[in-house]
Design a protein around this ligand. Structure first.
Ligand code: SAH
Length: 259
């Protein structure tokens, strides 16, 4: 019997796109182009509404917003959604806060796509650490203060098993993502690792957004700082001498006036 050729439908591409820390001006040109041409956008809760508003009026949006306690869609379901849409011939803009490969599960999504034969492109974004540092006037490295910078995740899950020894201290900057809810446990962990309770800390909430706040203190007072000021996610904790450098506060004020 003669075989009927089934016309093969082109497979779409999944673009893992970093949306940066919030301010739409901080998108890369490539991210902006993909968003303005998108037909399907699958996005996290962290992506600023002003960025979503750049998409064409007829674009489809799927929110897969995650928060520490509330997962609207499990990661496996997100992976399956991306693969399904691409195999159906649709290009997908998978929009993530910050950078897709920094605490963004972009690695898992890229692997799931590759396993299903779906092409993937990765568009880097400005990660929250870079956005917060710039907006708060805190140099993450500084020849007089720090030549090492580390990024860690402060979520409850696995916090005690994570080995942060040596990541914070003299000459080093530690940036903690997702650490607001666990500020007390983080403080205990770092002090148990031998860190001085007097080491400077800065907390940057809603970095690069209109409602950004920068709070400063020392490690021993971190939990109190977060509680007293009712700091909410998204916020970053920066630990190290760079957080207290004298020019940091004045730089941040200068930035306020030029916005
Ligand atoms: N992929 C993202 C990180 C996702 S994890 C990136 O590269 O930035 C989510 C955490 O990022 C939040 O809990 C918070 O710690 C941090 N974060 C993201 N956007 C932020 C912002 N605008 N201000 C402060 N912290 C932010």
């Amino acid at each position: 019997m003669a075989q009927t050729a089934v016309p093969s439908r082109a497979i779409g591409t999944v673009h893992l796109v970093g949306a940066g820390p919030g301010d739409p001006d901080l998108l890369t040109l490539r991210a902006a182009r993909l968003i303005t041409q998108a037909q399907l956008i699958v996005h996290d809760g962290l992506v600023d509404p002003a960025i979503l508003a750049m998409a064409p009026a007829n674009a489809r949006f799927v929110s897969v917003a995650k928060s520490r306690a509330r997962h609207t869609m499990a990661q496996d379901d997100i992976n399956a959604l991306l693969v399904r849409e691409a195999l159906a011939g649709n290009d997908v803009v998978r929009l993530k806060g910050g950078d897709p490969f920094v605490f963004g599960r972009g690695g898992e999504e890229a692997e799931a796509c590759a396993a299903a034969g779906v092409p993937v492109s990765v568009v880097p974004g400005i990660s929250a650490a870079m956005g917060a540092a710039a907006a708060a006037g805190i140099a993450l490295t500084h020849r007089d203060a720090a030549s090492i910078v580390s990024f860690v995740a402060g979520q409850c899950k696995g916090l005690t098993e994570q080995d942060w020894a040596g990541l914070a201290g003299k000459g080093r900057t530690l940036v903690i993502y997702m650490g607001v809810a666990t500020a007390a446990a983080i403080t205990d962990k770092l002090i148990a690792d031998g860190l001085s309770p007097d080491i400077p800390v800065a907390v940057v909430e809603n970095a690069t957004r209109y409602d950004m706040r920068v709070l400063r203190g020392v490690l021993a007072g971190l939990d109190n700082l977060v509680t007293t000021h009712r700091v909410k996610s998204p916020a970053l904790i920066i630990i190290g001498d760079v957080a207290a450098r004298q020019n940091a506060a004045s730089l941040a004020r200068l930035a306020e006036t030029v916005r």
